[in-house]
Design a protein around this ligand. Structure first.
Ligand SMILES: [Zn+2]
Ligand SMILES: [Zn+2]
Length: 293
């Protein structure tokens, strides 16, 4: 438990530091703060069976099939209710506008009107249809459901990815989407000295190395058509853009490998760059919670 307490204390400190550095993102960071703290607390303390890499096939990985399509990462016996009922108060605190939806959802979970696992048992498109059905039946906004379910998924996948990452070999994965959950990255890091680019998955927390001259989204190769935007004199804060697919990726430049950081928080601190890029007509590679619309 000490480790969990330390981790949460560090997270709170990092949140304050990021707000100090990016005061324009204060409002959005503070809205997500209770949820960020609670989801991290759950990952640290939850008793969950480890991910089973049993069905994992190196050849399929090599051809770009992520683990989530090879093995079941969500199980019906996972503590869906506990996770959901722990997250709802944190959402209420950060997002008072969603209060009514969250009250209804809380009631439906407690009296078992809905089974949360229904959302997770099929492919993502099925989950989306289930949300639309619930939304119409229970009069809860689709956006509230999406925001909420993405966070429940975040908790389970972060917990399982920690274990599964140990079974992946760097040489087996050559794609711009996550080898574990298949999501595109929300942010990348260019490491100082080595110059390597590492991509970060917002959904399961996994990080993997990827070529700097290939677009992670459309796999367009070459320096032409790729741009790095720097903001003012903040050379660490950059955005990578691709002319081919019109996508962008927030990037932290010249990062020391020993820097303690939370990349979801770093991405949130760069929310002003999201606005800048969207104004240019570009689309983010991934759609983390704060970019859902
Ligand atoms: Zn992932
Ligand atoms: Zn591209």
């Amino acid at each position: 438990m000490h480790r969990a307490d330390d981790r949460l204390k560090t997270l709170e400190m990092m949140i304050d530091r990021i707000i100090g550095k990016n005061p324009h993102s204060k409002e959005i960071i503070n809205a997500f703060r209770p949820v960020m703290v609670e989801r991290n607390r759950l990952v640290e303390t939850l008793d969950l069976s480890p991910g089973d890499p049993g069905g994992m096939d190196g050849t399929r990985l090599k051809s770009g099939v992520p683990l989530i399509k090879q093995a079941a990462l969500f199980h019906s016996e996972d503590p869906w209710e506990d996770i959901a009922l722990s997250l709802i108060p944190a959402f209420k605190q950060g997002f008072p506008d969603l209060q009514d939806d969250l009250d209804t959802l809380q009631g439906c979970i407690k009296n078992k009107t809905i089974d949360l696992y229904d959302y997770f048992k099929g492919p993502a498109d099925d989950g989306e249809k289930i949300i639309e059905g619930w939304s119409a039946r229970l009069n809860i906004r689709v956006l509230s459901f999406r925001l909420f379910f993405r966070t429940v998924m975040w908790v389970i996948l972060h917990k399982r990815a920690r274990n599964l990452a140990g079974y992946l070999r760097e040489s087996e994965w050559e794609k711009g989407y996550c080898p574990i959950c298949g999501s595109f990255p929300s942010i990348s890091m260019i490491m100082e000295k080595s110059g390597q680019r590492w991509l970060h998955c917002f959904q399961c927390g996994h990080e993997w190395r990827f070529s700097r001259v290939i677009c992670p989204y459309c796999e367009h190769e070459g320096q032409k058509g790729m741009t790095f935007f720097f903001v003012e004199d903040k050379k660490q804060e950059a955005v990578y853009t691709c002319d081919q697919c019109k996508r962008y990726l927030l990037t932290l430049n010249q990062i020391s490998p020993i820097t303690e950081m939370d990349l979801d928080l770093s991405a949130l601190g760069l929310a002003h760059l999201d606005i800048l890029m969207r104004d240019k007509g570009l689309i983010p590679m991934a759609l983390p919670e704060w970019n859902l619309s």
